[in-house]
Design a protein around this ligand. Sequence first.
Ligand code: 4GP
Length: 807
Amino acid sequence: MEKATLQELLESRLKDIFSIEIAEASPQELFLALANVVKSCYANDWSQTRKNLLVEQQKQAYYFSIEFLPGKLLKSNLLNLGLLDTAEELFEELSFSLDEVAEVEKDMALGNGGLGRLASCFMDSLASLGLPGNGNGIRYNYGLFKQKFVDGHQVELPDDWLRAGNVWEVRKESKAVDIQYGGEVYLIEDENGRLRPERHGGYVWRAVPYDTGMVGYQNDMINTLRLWSVEVPAAEEANYATIESRRSLEDLTAVLYPDDSNERGKKTRLMQEYFFVSAGIQSIVRYYLKLNHPLTMMSEKIAIHINDTHPALCVSELMRLLLDDHDLPWEQAWAITVKVMSYTNHTIMAEALEKWPIDLFKEVIPRNYQIIEEIDRRYLEEYAEVHEAALLNRTRIIINGQVHMAHLAIIGSHSVNGVAKLHSDLLKSVVLHDFYLIFPERFNNKTNGIAQRRWMQLANQPLSKVLDTTIGKSWRHNPQDLQLLKNYQEDPTVLQRLADAKLTNKQALAEYIQQTTGIEVDPTAIFDVQIKRLHAYKRQLLNVMHILKLYFDLKDEPQAPIHPRVFIFGAKAAPSYHYAKAIIKVINEVANLINHDPTINDKLKVVFLENYNVTLAERIIPAADVSEQISLASKEASGTSNMKLMLNGAVTIATLDGANIEIRDAIGDENIAIFGLTEEEVYAYYAQQNYSAYAFYEEDPVLQRVVNAFIDGTIPNIEREGREVFDSLLKYNDEYFLLKDFKSYCDAQYRVDLAYKDQQRWQAISLMNIANAGKFSADYTVQNYADDIWQIEPLYAHVKEPNSASL
Ligand code: 4GP
């Protein structure tokens, strides 16, 4: 599209919506007008994609996820439509900044972290590969809370992201479905001797879908992200006459992760899970029936993906529809269900493997509960002759009065995958070992990937330009072409250009830090970044302990040859995760102490940026020199910020955990700083039960001084939190082995410091990281899901060649 055409469209939208001229428009008005133009640019392709899918009758994948974290969409849609450069030029000509306009958009934060962000990366890749794949989730009125720091404590404010409306979504009233909750279900024999459910009581809520176009990268493919919102069904209006009764209904899709420390929150959560599952499955079956194929062939046209355990009810809900609404015999319905379903596990942390009390199940979704009981009964019966009773009793779905969602997902799926090689191996050997014995053929690995277009082309334009001029533009379509950069490892001009791009990004981040926190940081210092959810296993505390060590080194010897460093944190703690919040307070107070200590002479700065989200990540990642990936080996399933930071030229300091191992394999030991226990060593400690935090503390005076600092008054204002940290390390024997890994972490940090001082060497390492990051594009990951799990192919009727993703 020509610039002039874009301008005309923009002008006419501004007139239509606001009755104003461009010159009078505010960034808000420009945003809305431009977003509407963008929408109209893909409207036709969106309907064409749907029509083609119906005509071609190709198999489609449906990705069920309780979280999606797309971030802002304006610039990514412009990029994918091939309009970004034109829009940027136009705005410049009009003396506006496109960035300022894009900033207006609310970050769509319908998720917590890795799991939700991965779901959105996959949406982008599916469309960009021309693959028919749709998202299915919940349209929460409030996204993940907005984080503020008050006196160094995390305070959670509601994220009212829908207040000004959401320009990208389309309400599809005609596609609404009813969701049944509660009541009692009796099984009554019909004239053919078949047991049929008869429902007494209960209530029906309406699920209304809001669809958002998922725009493929310059290929005219537009998939759909369908998010469901709850409403009162028209026939039930009279029953919801009071504000209170309405409120309890509206609570259902109000917030992501209702506080489930109480019964009411737990119930809401289970109802949410059933809500988006039932709505999604009903709409899929309705679509499938339009194709006029027998239900027994469903797996040839439909793949349903269970992203973590939250949508595990997909199994029992599809069974319910096939059995109750479509009269299929159990065996047929089960065969279809298992062929259609697949499941990804995202964590080995036990708390995330959901279990629900059966009483709650019976109360909320009684018919699904009956079906789950029957799946459970048949599971025991079917495998009784092949496997020992003890094994079956450990793997069955209903155990000790609880429904195990992961068991339901595994038993009901043909594929179970982990998200990095190590994680998938641990699933087989430890976490899901019992299931591996029963269903070895179901287990496979799909290492995570990232949306490289967002994390490089959009987030890091300075570096993108260096890449274009050095290796050409093919990397924009084929990320593996980043390898071409390897030819320049010893080219001082290219290394300098990379360094310049990094400096530009660091200057921009320094400005943001100054504006938002008042802290001044020097862009020539090392920017050392740890951005991820706050969790004990991710060991932000280990990072803090190293910072304290450097602090003491400088106190003892102010001229110590340490290259100046800025430690940057971004992290939210779950509202009910007390210990994680204590760590936030500690980091903030350590920052206060160090940033204001004149003897440190600005050699160390600690910055904890508030409200970490996708948009903030887009600011931080391009400016990072060092990437902290320091979880205890075996605990981080994969990680994806590790891949984003690597792509942007940061050098990783890492344990051999999750995808760090595959990053190390891709770039070689000389381009990454590895430290700490390996997964085998961690498990050896577990087996021998001989870990003694105190022993490490006792023998290392440096460590002693650091650990004591949490309680000896060195760090002001952390009486309670410091004690909690101290106790977790010594009294409760340091669950995540920080004391054991401390020394080797400090050694690795020292190596990083030395490497940075040799700028030529540092830039060459950084270059190798960028050059080898192509393989972590989610395009490749999704291609593997498409080939191995979903068996979907690019839309045949596609007008343009889909993005190639062969490895
Ligand atoms: C996360 C894992 O912690 C992270 O390692 C992984 O990269 C990400 O999923 C995507 O697979 N898990 C979650 C969760 O976000 O809620 O379990």
